[in-house]
Design a protein around this ligand. Structure first.
Ligand SMILES: [Zn+2]
Length: 270
């Protein structure tokens, strides 16, 4: 049954306040949205802190981004182009959250993805968290660059920018943002301690196979394990989008990554 608009508004406002309280945005950064029905999206407006946003500030837009409802002085967030791309490409997506949580955004700025198999919950819930290609915010460039990644996961590090998560409800998309930031923070700490160890392919594939038990059905194309790429059961016989060179590492990045690792290995030897 469809959730009434007033309830969706409250859910978005609550999530905005949490995002702000968590320190995942500064000033007027970040944007959130939720599908109202097949043709309408409820979204945050531009130019307001997520810590101050109230139900009357929200806008309803159509699938092309035109404002249908909302206070006259409020305009939909300029980043709705990215949200609309996600809704159009993924009919399963009900809500989208974009923020700049410091640890995960640090990875996005350093050019690192979160595509390695490390924490059980992350392997099960998200698999890889790819690093999408940079696109100019507020323009069609950003959704166009992110489109190629949108079917790979429910969470994305946006190169030189921030993080985007999608979910089956506002809370679900919000929780995925929480998972990404928590994972990035833990991995950052592990790096200070000499680097995290990865699951073996066998251990990771065991976790990926457990997704069905937990009722996780969202896209998951696996992750990089210690001894190779770990695929979820559905891709094992016929490698899907996770086929070599591995998701999150498009061809040009793979060359870059291999070069970087070879240089590192040579340096370590000398
Ligand atoms: Zn942003």
């Amino acid at each position: 049954m469809a959730i009434p608009l007033f309830q969706l508004k409250q859910q978005i406002v609550d999530a905005c306040h949490r995002v702000y309280a968590k320190g995942w945005v500064a000033s007027n950064d970040g944007n959130l949205s939720v599908r109202v029905d097949g043709e309408r999206i409820l979204c945050t407006p531009t130019g307001i802190s997520k810590g101050l946003v109230a139900v009357d500030d929200l806008c309803v837009i159509d699938m092309e981004g035109n404002k249908l409802e909302g206070a006259t002085h409020r305009k939909p967030s300029t980043e709705m182009k990215v949200h609309l791309m996600a809704y159009k490409e993924r009919p399963d997506v009900v809500s989208v959250v974009h923020a700049h949580p410091p640890y995960a955004t640090g990875y996005a700025l350093a050019g690192l993805d979160l595509g390695e198999c490390k924490l059980p919950e992350v392997v099960i819930a998200l698999g890889t968290i790819p690093l999408t290609k940079y696109g100019l915010p507020g323009t069609d460039d950003l959704p166009n660059k992110m489109r190629e990644f949108i079917h790979q996961s429910d969470a994305f590090l946006m190169e030189l920018h921030g993080v985007l998560t999608v979910g089956q409800s506002v809370l679900n998309a919000y929780f995925k943002m929480e998972t990404v930031e928590h994972f990035a923070k833990i991995d950052f700490i592990a790096r200070q301690l000499g680097g995290a160890r990865l699951f073996s392919k066998e251990q990771a594939e065991e976790l990926l196979a457990a997704r069905a038990r937990y009722g996780v059905t969202t896209p998951n194309i696996g992750c990089r394990a210690a001894d190779g790429y770990a695929y979820p059961p559905e891709f094992r016989d016929h490698p899907g989008p996770g086929a070599n060179p591995g998701p999150g590492i498009p061809d040009d990045r793979l060359v870059e990554e291999v070069t970087k690792r070879v240089v590192q290995a040579l340096k370590a030897k000398n």
